[in-house]
Ligand binder design. Structure first.
Ligand code: FES
Length: 105
């Protein structure tokens, strides 16, 4: 399945990933800039923050309490913010487009 990451410069990177992975792992495995994922995908660091393309937002799995809590602690979140490690890439998300920040903090 294809995932598109667009970085803060507007550079688009299309990657082919296996269904069943998540947005954080898919980014790290494909050297996508702007995603750190320091906690290993445990929803405990928020360094896998992405902004989801508006067209895809309603199609994503709903946010869990832990993800919500982590995002609430971030200053630069907005209504399109999600944590990549919490987005399980099911086949229905083939073609998903997300934006990555300049860096994570
Ligand atoms: Fe740490 Fe996602 S990798 S919250």
């Amino acid at each position: 399945m294809k995932i598109t990451y667009i970085d803060y410069n507007g550079t688009q990177r299309d990657v082919e990933v296996e269904a069943g992975t998540n947005l954080r792992d898919a980014a790290l495995n494909n050297a996508i800039p702007g995603i750190d994922g320091d906690c290993g995908g445990e929803c405990a660091c928020a360094t896998c923050h992405v902004r989801v393309d508006p067209a895809w937002l309603p199609r994503l799995p709903t946010m869990g309490d832990q993800e919500k809590m982590m995002l609430e602690m971030m200053d630069d979140r907005d209504e399109r913010s999600r944590l990549g490690c919490q987005i399980h890439l099911s086949p229905e998300l083939d073609g998903l487009v997300v934006h990555t920040p300049m860096g994570q903090h």
